[in-house]
Design a protein around this ligand. Sequence first.
Ligand SMILES: C[S@@+](CC[C@H](N)C(=O)[O-])C[C@H]1O[C@@H](n2cnc3c(N)ncnc32)[C@H](O)[C@@H]1O
Length: 185
Amino acid sequence: MTVNKRMLSEFVKSKKLKVVQDLHEFCIWLNLVNHLEPRVGMEIGTCKGGTALLTAKFIKGLEFFITVDIEDRPVNHRKVLCLRGDTRLLSTRKKVVDTLEGKPLDFLFIDGEHDLLTVAVDFYSFAPLVRKGGLVGIHDIHTFAEGKRFCADGTLYFWRTLRKLEPHKLEDIKKSVMGIGIYHC
Ligand SMILES: C[S@@+](CC[C@H](N)C(=O)[O-])C[C@H]1O[C@@H](n2cnc3c(N)ncnc32)[C@H](O)[C@@H]1O
């Protein structure tokens, strides 16, 4: 399935979803993920469930999608499994590992707290659960650079650091002030 922005916009409108994403960028991300023929995915930062529902709808063949938030954020979809927990805690990582029952993740979308420590913890504790050849998306890698009102300087700084360490594994999606960083596992 190739997803386009119009399909996403219509779905968002029809379901009255609250999504904190640029739909053009998220559409590129979904198409990259679809190429993996993924079965299991995860998101950090459920919020109002918009990205989880878009993912469950537009990722073909998805078996289940784990989404984690520090607050109680229920999402009503049979493929979406909502976990509550602070991703900086080992107990939350354990909940995710137990839920996976030994299956690797095909992809991970990081969109939780945007300070440097949390983004780094999220990446280094959960990216190793993604299989080789899978993808990690990190939201808001450009926000601060554009000098807009949001301040995602933690993700921006983390992305710049990762670029120094593993430049060959990174790709940028930048169609708005937010941006999604792609890490190829
Ligand atoms: C920017 S919102 C996510 C937006 C969502 N992905 C979307 O586009 O619809 C960030 C979410 O991360 C959650 N969050 C913040 N710190 C967290 C932490 N340490 N562990 C888990 N979730 C966290 C917040 O409660 C919030 O719901």
